[in-house]
Design a protein around this ligand. Structure first.
Ligand SMILES: Nc1nc2c(ncn2[C@@H]2O[C@H](COP(=O)(O)OP(=O)(O)OP(=O)(O)O)[C@@H](O)[C@H]2O)c(=O)[nH]1
Ligand SMILES: [Mg+2]
Length: 460
């Protein structure tokens, strides 16, 4: 994949819309047409502020940016860093660095520059003017990857919406080559007219997408009403932490796992039956969600409504952390910050330190001891090592039982409606009937609201 959605330097078109018809090929043309897109050769630029923490982690951040570029199909041919007191208003990095970048681009035949930091539309435009090549920032790269990886109709619409919202303030960029045609007051040049047309079209498309996404959301709300009231658990965490691998290991079946960023975009829910050491069984609904990353474009998070709804409705969050990644602590803070943005930071959360098979024994033990003090509610696991998820299974059973203690109910045999309600709104562990009265005797696990409703039927 090459960076399809990055705005081209000189060809004025809006990403995804409007569709440009293919060029007609002359019928007697003989030469072969090269259909493989040119390989993108990228130079990465990291320019942290001197007073920020980012300065210390600039190498890790560029490495991650490199993985993002790789996921988008670009080859990294160079990196450049500069610590800044403050960003230059017109080019972000300093003048000297722009020259250095220019020389490096020629030498390495780079086709695109990717900044780790967010560029203003003006900085992007100025840099493109100076360098003569496309310049994108991290947010744009992430949007591109999401566009590449979106599978469901909903995810595609969400990504397109986020891309359009991102491009709207940047549209002017595309038309500057026509600015010289612009006349004085009352004389509108073609550049301005075209820009207005583009803005209006993009605005219309945004409205249409929003409306369709609202419809999808409404139908999901209806569907959810019919869902069983099982104990709901959502996997959340930094991208590539191993969320899908955990779902796959616990639930079995087809789950997409890949050592690239943002393998999962759409939430996926599976029924998981957990067997306790005491022989008892417990069942939960486990949902895998989109991963987070530092500097995730805000519109994009907000647009992933399906993930948000899953996380909001969960009884418990499993915050999955890749313990083998040297920057896991920063990742954990990023995830906490996104959860806070989504206003779900006060959910009950279990921290799951994954990939412990990659740690040596001493390291794993030290981590375990540290976590006992810091996050007593955490488990160390491996989604791939045999038996590596036992501690998580046990913790889930404990959480489920604490959240939904068994309640015993007596229901008159004649009350079919109530029996149906209990089966719908709880997990029924056992059913018997009273030989004398014919009443049903049930052992159920239900949430607080249902337990309160059925209190009058409770027996010890
Ligand atoms: N060694 C090791 N590798 C793991 C473990 N868990 C996951 N992986 C690998 O880590 C990579 C990412 O795993 P995924 O399950 O796709 O991660 P994810 O959190 O779902 O990632 P996104 O969907 O991209 O956000 C894959 O190559 C997995 O095989 C583990 O416990 N140990
Ligand atoms: Mg995944």
């Amino acid at each position: 994949m090459y960076l399809r959605n990055a705005l081209p330097l000189s060809s004025p078109h809006v990403p995804s819309f409007p569709v440009v018809p293919p060029k007609r090929i002359h019928p007697i043309a003989k030469e072969l047409i090269n259909l493989t897109p040119p390989e993108e050769r990228a130079i990465l630029v990291g320019a942290p502020l001197k007073r920020s923490n980012d300065r210390r982690a600039v190498d890790e951040h560029l490495e991650e940016l490199g993985r993002l570029a790789d996921t988008a199909g670009a080859r990294v041919v160079g990196t450049l860093t500069q610590s800044l007191d403050r960003p230059d208003a017109s080019t972000y990095i300093g003048r000297g660095k722009v020259e250095e970048l220019k020389a490096m681009m020629t030498e390495r035949e780079a086709t695109v520059v990717i900044f780790d930091d967010e560029l203003t539309p003006a900085q992007g435009k100025n840099l493109e003017g100076e360098l003569g090549k496309r310049v994108i920032d991290r947010a744009e790269l992430i949007l591109d990857i999401f566009a590449l990886r979106a599978r469901s109709a909903e995810a595609k619409m969400q990504v397109e919406l986020a891309q359009l919202e991102y491009s709207l303030p940047r549209l002017r960029n595309l038309w500057t080559h026509l600015e010289k045609f612009r006349g004085g007051i009352g004389v509108r040049g073609p550049g301005e007219t075209q820009l207005e047309t583009d803005r209006r079209l993009v605005g219309l498309r945004i409205t249409a997408l929003r409306r369709r996404l609202q419809e999808v959301e409404r139908s999901r709300v209806e569907q959810r009403k019919t869902r069983k009231k099982a104990f709901r658990v959502s996997l959340v965490g930094y991208t590539n932490a191993g969320k899908s691998s955990i779902l796959k290991a616990l639930a079995g079946g087809e789950v997409f796992v890949e050592d690239r960023l943002f393998a999962t975009l759409d939430p996926l829910t599976r029924d998981v039956t957990l067997s306790g050491k005491d022989g008892g069984q417990a069942s939960i609904l486990l949902t895998d969600t989109v991963g987070f990353i530092r500097k995730l474009p805000h519109d994009l998070v907000a647009s992933f409504r399906a993930t948000l709804e899953e996380v909001r409705e969960a009884d418990l969050l499993l915050h999955v952390i890749d313990a083998s990644n040297p920057t896991w602590e920063e990742h954990r803070l990023v995830v906490d910050a996104v959860l806070a943005d989504l206003r779900v930071h006060d959910k009950r959360t279990l921290h799951v330190f994954n990939k412990t098979d990659r740690l040596d024994a001493a390291h794993a033990q030290a981590l375990g001891e540290r976590m006992q003090n810091l996050l007593p509610n955490s488990v160390l696991v491996s989604a791939v090592a045999p038996g590596g998820l036992e501690s998580l299974r046990a913790a889930l059973i404990t959480a489920l039982r604490a959240n939904r203690p068994v309640m015993r109910l007596r229901v008159p045999a004649s009350d079919g409606k109530l029996l149906a309600e209990i089966h719908r709104d709880s997990e029924v562990a056992e059913v018997a009937s009273d030989p004398e009265t014919g009443d049903s005797l049930l052992s159920v696990r239900a949430d607080d609201a249902a337990r309160r409703r059925w209190e009058p039927l409770a027996i010890s």
